[in-house]
Design a protein. Structure first.
Length: 492
């Protein structure tokens, strides 16, 4: 625009006022310099950098400056449940066996607590339950040096929860594990939702499992499972098979020892952050590998679900076309994606984008890389995330907390508004810079401002007030507006 206006000014002054060509050229250059906001680029860069610095102080590390602007347009957040909405500090509350339910006192990683409800009938089953847990686990728990009333966990929080329960029962987990020789281990898979270990008992080859239940016929167990899941508990089945002849880690014909009933409490502040999202017109969808009832119960506790909601399982995502999935999730109701794999997450992100949404998606594993790259804003977990996930992301949550995502969106909206403010200011200050050149060209009077003086004004005096506008903090009502349209012009 500035160049076109400058060229027109050159020809108008040359032919209408009949000034010398050198004067017309200086006039045109002055018009171009006066119209181009030279201070705009450094102001935008500095404002984005300062905003990124503020976000880092709030535990949101911005890896790409362009992500700050995109955050202001985010309309859907696809979030993991465990560790993002919840504390990822699992602790066991109950153990279901065929002979009754055992209750476990104590919360979190606290050492204190005991098991109640143990009977002569379920004691043998419980012994083998904790033996299986000890053998299968690769997690270690140690008394925390800074607080000897708590356990320090090295490894998987789910395994830690059951190992802590074993310690409360009185099982020496390390000694129990050393009693077995591990022959084969099939790690946990998000596809099969299970892991298995083939181990040989070096001391006591024969096992008396007590009263156990065939895994495929546990109707009583399924009723209990759904009841606990509806209350927000995560359940893990512990089973065994005697394979003296076959010596393989197959999962066929397993006999159920019991169910570990675990609870992962929501993080503080998440409920308020969810309400902020709804106030801002941002849809929150939970994408989890957990059972649908467990995910829905936690979503209800933190305010994502108030009444009705839509559940889509990973199996359904797999079978549906993108158009079918789009029809299913194009709703004002909250959507819970349960029993999903990272491959499903990619399809979910693509489907929301096909509906015109700007999508922020969280992830922590190497399998989440594709979804993080595809999302408009890829958000990786800084504490528990893999290097691959972090490298593929736009934003890294240093505290793995959903609340931080909302804080980042606030900052993103604020910086976008601030950029609009100082662009208006810089462009408004360009108007009086043009006037001396118009007066010179049209009235044939001496030039009041030289090109160097205009540059001095733009870079010397415009820059500092513009940066001050760029540093303004988010307004209290910044989340009262819906997400801006992706194709909206910054000069509205």
């Amino acid at each position: 625009v500035a160049i076109i206006v400058g060229i027109l000014s050159f020809f108008i002054s040359l032919f209408l006022t009949e000034v010398h060509i050198s004067v017309a050229l200086i006039f045109a250059i002055g018009i171009i310099v006066a119209n181009i906001p030279e201070g705009l680029m450094p102001t935008v860069s500095l404002s984005l950098a300062l905003s990124a610095q503020r976000m880092a102080q709030k535990n949101a590390l911005i890896r790409k400056q362009s992500a700050i602007e995109t955050l202001s347009a985010t309309s859907v957040i696809c979030t993991d449940k465990t560790g993002t909405l919840t504390q990822n500090a699992m602790f066991a509350k109950k153990i279901w066996t065929a002979d009754g339910i055992i209750n476990i006192s104590g919360e979190g990683y606290g050492i204190d607590g005991q098991l109640t409800g143990i009977t002569d009938q379920n004691r043998m089953t419980l012994e083998n339950f904790f033996t299986a847990v000890s053998v299968c686990s690769n997690t270690e728990i140690h008394v925390a040096q800074e607080d000897n009333s708590k356990w320090r966990v090295i490894g998987n929080p789910t395994e830690a929860a059951i190992l802590i329960a074993a310690n409360k029962y009185g099982t020496d987990v390390k000694e129990r594990k050393e009693q077995f020789e591990i022959i084969e281990e099939i790690p946990f898979s998000s596809n099969t939702k299970q892991m298995s270990v083939l181990a040989v008992n070096k001391k006591h080859p024969a096992i008396d499992a007590g009263h156990t239940v065939q895994f495929t016929k546990g109707d009583q167990m399924k009723v209990f499972n759904d009841r606990m899941a509806n209350e927000g508990y995560r359940l893990l089945a512990i089973a065994y098979a005697d394979r003296k002849a076959e010596r393989n880690a197959s999962t066929e014909g397993l006999i159920l020892l019991g169910l570990a009933v675990m609870y992962d409490p929501p993080k503080e502040g998440v409920q308020e952050a969810i309400q902020d999202c709804y106030r801002a017109g941002i849809k929150v969808s939970v994408v989890t590998g957990d059972y649908s009832l467990t995910a829905a119960a936690i979503a209800r506790q933190i305010g994502i679900i108030k009444d009705k909601y839509v559940t889509v399982t990973g199996e359904e995502v797999e079978k549906m076309s993108q158009d079918e999935l789009a029809d299913r999730i194009n709703t004002e109701l909250p959507v819970i994606f349960a029993r999903t794999t990272p491959k499903h997450k990619l399809k979910i992100v693509e489907t929301y984008q096909s509906l015109g949404h700007v999508v922020a998606s969280t992830g922590d594993g190497i399998n989440d890389v594709l979804a993080l790259r595809k999302a408009d804003i890829g958000i990786a977990m800084g504490k528990n995330g893999s290097d691959a996930a972090i490298e593929s992301s736009d934003v890294v949550l240093l505290d793995d907390n959903f609340v931080t995502i909302v804080e980042a969106i606030k900052e993103g909206r604020a910086i976008y508004k601030n950029i609009q403010k100082f662009i208006s200011y810089i462009l408004a200050s360009n108007v009086p810079e043009v006037i001396p050149f118009l007066a010179m060209g049209l009235l044939d009077i001496p030039l009041a401002l030289t090109v160097l003086l205009i540059l001095a004004i733009d870079l010397g005096t415009d820059l500092i007030p513009a940066i001050s506008l760029g540093k303004e903090l988010p307004d209290d009502d910044i989340l009262d507006e819906p997400p801006r349209a992706q194709n909206s012009n910054i000069l509205n």
